[in-house]
Write a protein that binds this ligand. Structure first.
Ligand SMILES: [Zn+2]
Length: 245
């Protein structure tokens, strides 16, 4: 906790659905952007299964995908994220395949982020009321193993070498939703942006205002760490020049 706050120069956020990033880590990403970080937001599916409207059937999915991509782009603009990549994997049916790991490895080698932010592939039960969506775990697992070993190991996915993508080593992996959080990022100055960004996901929120819940979550994370509002992470320090603690 005594360490000087870390701000990467480049970072990549990897999540399964439009809105995952806003519910979880948008306060931290906004802080990093304000400090000059170039951020790439990677959304693995376009959230086209995100409707229980009885009048809608499969034919609605392409429309909902476009709508949710627009909502995500708008949320990212609110935070100040310059670049959004949609991978168009199927929502609700995501698996941590080698194909997905290769696609994420390609993006990491292309954009060369210093830090990657994603969920915890081990998170299954949260409290007594929420079973983690399997897409979240699948995206997080593929992201984890794209960070290590695939991105930095030359002879994994050699087709990427042929495409011109050389190995790249990530310095830090920020994992949210971990039971073993060890780092609390102060989001007191960016929680308003987080809430504004989340509210761009109108198709998912309907009439519900998420502000109270987001403030309660962030206050709970911060209270034992002297912070009004915080987001919690387990941070893996993967580079030789980083302290290993
Ligand atoms: Zn989700």
């Amino acid at each position: 906790m005594s360490e000087i706050e870390y701000f990467p120069k480049r970072a990549m956020s990897i999540h399964a659905h439009p809105d995952d990033q806003e519910f979880t880590v948008a306060g931290t990403l906004a802080r990093w952007v304000q400090a000059g970080c170039e951020l790439v937001s990677v959304i693995v599916t376009s959230g086209e299964a995100g409707s229980n409207e009885p009048s809608k059937d499969a034919g609605y999915k392409p429309d909902l995908a476009r709508l949710r991509e627009a909502e995500q782009s708008s949320a990212n603009a609110t935070i100040g994220i310059q670049e959004t990549v949609f991978l168009h994997y199927p929502d609700g049916e995501l698996e941590p395949t080698l194909e997905l790991r290769r696609d994420l490895t390609r993006l990491i080698r292309r954009y060369k982020p210093e830090a990657v932010v994603t969920g915890d592939p081990q998170g299954v039960f949260y409290g007594n009321g929420y079973i983690n969506h399997p897409d979240h775990r699948a995206a997080a697992q593929a992201a984890l193993y794209a960070v290590f070993p695939s991105s930095e190991t030359r002879l994994i996915f050699t087709g990427l070498l042929t495409e011109g993508f050389e190995p790249h080593k990530i310095k830090r992996l920020y994992v949210h939703g971990s039971e073993k959080s060890d780092t609390w990022v102060d989001i007191s100055t960016t929680i308003e942006m987080k809430i504004s960004a989340l509210k761009k996901h109108v198709s998912q929120l309907g009439d519900w205002d998420p502000e109270k819940m987001i403030r309660e979550w962030a206050a709970e994370e911060g209270k034992e760490h002297g912070l009004e509002y915080a987001e919690a992470f387990k941070v893996m320090k993967l580079s030789e020049e980083e302290d290993r603690g």
